[in-house]
Design a protein around this ligand. Structure first.
Ligand code: KIV
Length: 279
């Protein structure tokens, strides 16, 4: 069992991993959102959202891949660096978590520590990794080294090839028991929070009640301690992919198309730029 380095805190300054535990203890829900770039990070730093995730979904959202397997440490470093500069790390108070990409924590402890060092040096406040079985030693060593670790259970997108597609997990009683066991193991290893992705709401509620660390749900119902969404899903930027759990809080794609149509009309009618917009 590693030393439990993270304890509940109520810091007045920037949010920390300890604040996640504190929020759960106080029954305060946590909101998280993905972010991959500087411009959005600037906007999000003005929001009430508690924490940002530089997810490995960056390769899907920003680069058009169909899964997260193409993400690597260098790409995650570049996006972490941009987001960290956008939130101005210390001043905005936003907590920044970065995904450890595919296989970067499965090649032994030294390789995982090297990967985590790159991401933390780029401005991450914590790393997130999927699953637990087979890399308990990595989680333990990261935690022992003062690196806050967020877990990710249920649908683990980096295992998409093993699943044969993005599928809801934990529907059978054996599958559900397995996810609940993994969640307990993560807590014992010192993780400060765990993302639960695409599992039945009842299972997520039971796991949430069972754990001291907060659960952050995505497609896991309302019984979690917090929620996370992909920013572009929340903003309604996806023209062709609408997972049931990803409520668009804005019709972003159509709003942008309207703005572009206005711009196009203004250019073609000669009303843009005006005299006051010219030198
Ligand atoms: O990479 C990602 O966007 C994630 C969220 C879905 C939790 O891991």
């Amino acid at each position: 069992m590693p030393t439990q380095l993270i304890s509940p805190t109520t810091s007045a300054g920037p949010m920390s991993a300890g604040d996640f535990l504190c929020a759960k203890a106080q029954g305060r829900r946590l909101s998280m959102i993905t972010c991959y770039d500087y411009t959005f990070a600037r906007v999000l730093s003005q929001s009430a959202v508690d924490a940002l995730l530089v997810g490995d979904s960056a390769v899907m959202v920003m680069y058009g891949y169909s899964n997260t397997l193409s993400a690597n440490v260098e790409l995650m470093r570049v996006h972490t660096d941009a987001v960290a500069r956008g939130i101005g790390a210390a001043s905005s108070g936003k907590f920044l978590v970065t995904d450890m990409p595919f296989l970067s924590y499965r090649k032994g402890v030294p390789a995982a520590l090297d990967a985590a060092q790159v991401l933390m040096s780029a401005g991450a406040g914590a790393v997130k990794l999927e699953g637990v079985d087979g890399h308990e030693d990595v989680i333990e060593r990261l935690v022992d080294s003062g690196i806050p670790v967020m877990g990710h259970l249920g649908l683990q997108p980096q295992s998409v090839r093993a699943y044969g597609g993005f599928r809801v997990q934990g529907r059978s009683s054996a599958g559900a028991a397995e996810i609940a066991r993994q969640a307990r193991t993560l807590e014992e290893l010192g993780a400060f929070a765990v993302v639960l992705e695409c599992i039945p709401a009842e299972l997520a509620r039971e796991i949430t009640q069972d754990l001291r660390i907060p659960t952050i749900g995505i497609g896991a119902g309302a019984g979690c301690d917090g929620q996370i969404l992909v920013l572009q899903d929340l903003l309604g930027m996806n023209l062709d992919f609408h997972p049931k759990f990803a409520r668009p809080f804005l019709d972003g794609a159509h709003s942008i198309l309207e703005a572009l149509a206005d711009y196009d009309r203004a250019v073609k009618s000669g009303t843009f730029p005006r005299a006051e917009e010219s030198y």
